[in-house]
Design a protein around this ligand. Structure first.
Ligand SMILES: [Zn+2]
Length: 83
């Protein structure tokens, strides 16, 4: 996992929580374009959460958000080790 990925990790989890503004979403999408590992993780988690399109909608339940964050971290470490 690179520093760049670490920097994005917090944001990615907020992104998955649906808490980010569209500009930050774009930034993350840009990182994912350069980083297949992050992209893989986000893509797999995306299936369980609605993303940017949910902006202005309801947030995830706190326990749901925590669970997703855990999954994301596991996935990122696994992916980056494998790569
Ligand atoms: Zn990355």
């Amino acid at each position: 996992m690179t520093d760049n990925c670490m920097k994005h990790f917090e944001r990615i989890s907020e992104y998955l929580d649906g808490e980010l503004d569209p500009a930050t979403c774009i930034e993350i999408e840009r990182h994912m374009a350069e980083c297949p590992q992050c992209e893989n993780c986000v893509e797999s988690l995306k299936r369980t959460v609605a993303l940017c399109r949910k902006m202005g909608g309801e947030k995830l339940a706190p326990d749901e958000a925590t669970r997703i964050r855990e999954k994301l971290r596991e996935c990122l470490f696994r992916e980056h080790k494998a790569g």
